[in-house]
Design a protein around this ligand. Structure first.
Ligand code: HMG
Ligand code: MG
Length: 298
C-alpha cells in the first residue's frame, strides 16, 4: 500500500549541477539552495566533497556549504567519496553525508576509480568516523536498473550492495537508476527484492528520466511502500561518468503526482515550480519539468 506521506530528497544542487559544463557562480548555487529551503523541502543535497579534478563544477563545495542559510528541520547532506572528502566536509560543519557505490563493477571504476568491494572498504573508515562524530550517513547504489557499460545488472547484485551499505551503518539506501533505463515492472521487482533484505523504511529511490519512465517507475515503487524519493528541481542532472545519462526526475512532477494521489509532502508546489523556473533561466534552458511549465503558464 502507498505511504500517506513522502519525503522528497532534493538533489538538484548536487546531481543537477554536477554535470553542467559551464562553471556556475558559487553565489548562484547558494541562492538555489536558499530558495529551495523556503519551499517546504526537508532534505536538500547541497554539494559533493569529491575530487575537483573529477568534478570541477563542485570544487567550491566548502564555500557553498558555508554560504547557505541552514534552516532548522532541514537536512543538507553532501556526497563524500573517501576520508579526504569526509575531512573537508567536517571542517565546514557538515552533519549528514552520503557515500556512493554501484551494483555494476565497470560503472563504479569509471565513477570513483574503484571496484565495488574496494569502494565499500574505502567507506569503512568514513563510517567509523561518522559514527563517532554523530554524522548521519546515507548510501547510494547506482546502476540498479542497468549499466551503461555492463548492460543488464542482476537484481542479486543490487540486493548485495544495498545490504552491505545498510549493514555498514547507512540509515538509508538510495537505489539509483543512473541512466534512466528502467521500466515499472522491473523497478518494482528490484525494489521488492531489496526490501526482502533491507527494511523498506530504510530505502529510497533515485530515478533518472532518460527514457521518460521515471514517474511510472516511482508509482510502481510507491505501491511497494517506498516513502523517500530523490528528485531534482526542473529535472536537472546526470552523472558525468554515466554515458548517456540525462536529468533526474523533476521534483515538481513528483510532487504534483503525489499531491494528486493524496500523499502529503509538505512542499509548496508553486514555490518549487518558481524555483525550477529560476534555475532553468540560470542555466539558459527551458525547465525539464512538465508540471512546472504548466503551473507557471496558468
Ligand atoms: P582517484 O584519482 O583514484 O583518487 O579518484 P586519489 O586518491 O588517487 O586522488 C587523486 C587526486 O584527487 C589527489 O590530488 C587527491 O588529493 C585528490 P593530487 O595529489 O593529484 O593533487 N582527491 C580529493 N580532493 C578533494 N576531495 C576529495 C579528494 N579525493 C581525492 N574527496 C575519487 C577517486 C573517488 C576521489 C574520484 O574518483 C572522485 O572524486 N569521483 C567522484 C565522481 C563523482 O562525483 N561522480 C558523480 C556522483 S555519483 C552520481 O552522480 C550517482 C548518484 O546520483 C546516484 C545515481 O544516479 O545512480 C549518486
Ligand atoms: Mg543521480
Amino acid at each position: 500500500t502507498m505511504p500517506p506521506q513522502v519525503l522528497i530528497v532534493e538533489v538538484g544542487p548536487r546531481d543537477g549541477l554536477q554535470n553542467e559544463k559551464t562553471i556556475i557562480a558559487t553565489a548562484d548555487k547558494i541562492a538555489l539552495i536558499d530558495r529551495l529551503s523556503a519551499t517546504g523541502l526537508r532534505s536538500i543535497e547541497a554539494t559533493s566533497f569529491v575530487s575537483p579534478k573529477w568534478v570541477p563544477q563542485l570544487a567550491d563545495a566548502a564555500e557553498v556549504y558555508s554560504g547557505i542559510t541552514r534552516q532548522p528541520g532541514i537536512s543538507y547532506p553532501v556526497l563524500v567519496p573517501n576520508e579526504q572528502g569526509y575531512e573537508r566536509a567536517r571542517s565546514v560543519g557538515v552533519s549528514e553525508i552520503a557515500v556512493f557505490t554501484a551494483a555494476s563493477e565497470e560503472f563504479n571504476r569509471r565513477n570513483i576509480n574503484a571496484g565495488i568491494d574496494e569502494s565499500l572498504a574505502r567507506f569503512a573508515p568514513v563510517m567509523e568516523r561518522a559514527k563517532a562524530d554523530g554524522v548521519k550517513v546515507r548510501g547510494y547504489v547506482s546502476t540498479v536498473l542497468g549499466c551503461p557499460y555492463q548492460g543488464e545488472v542482476p537484481v542479486a547484485d543490487v540486493v548485495r550492495v544495498a545490504r552491505m551499505l545498510h549493514g555498514m551503518g547507512c540509515y538509508e539506501v538510495s537505489l539509483g537508476d543512473t541512466i534512466g533505463v528502467g521500466t515499472p515492472a522491473k523497478a518494482r521487482a528490484m525494489l521488492r527484492a531489496v526490501a526482502g533484505e533491507v527494511p523498506i523504511q530504510a530505502l529510497a529511490i533515485h530515478f533518472h528520466d532518460t527514457y521518460g519512465q521515471a514517474l511510472s517507475n516511482i508509482l510502481a515503487c510507491l505501491e511497494e511502500g517506498v516513502a523517500v524519493i530523490d528528485a531534482a528541481v526542473s529535472g536537472a542532472g546526470g552523472c558525468p561518468y554515466a554515458k548517456g545519462a540525462s536529468g533526474n526526475v523533476a521534483s515538481e512532477d513528483v510532487v504534483y503526482m503525489l499531491h494528486g494521489l493524496g500523499i502529503g509532502t509538505g512542499i509548496d508546489l508553486d514555490a518549487l515550480a518558481e524555483t525550477g523556473r529560476w534555475l532553468a533561466a540560470l542555466l539558459g534552458r527551458e525547465t525539464g519539468s512538465k508540471a512546472g511549465k504548466a503551473l507557471l503558464s496558468r
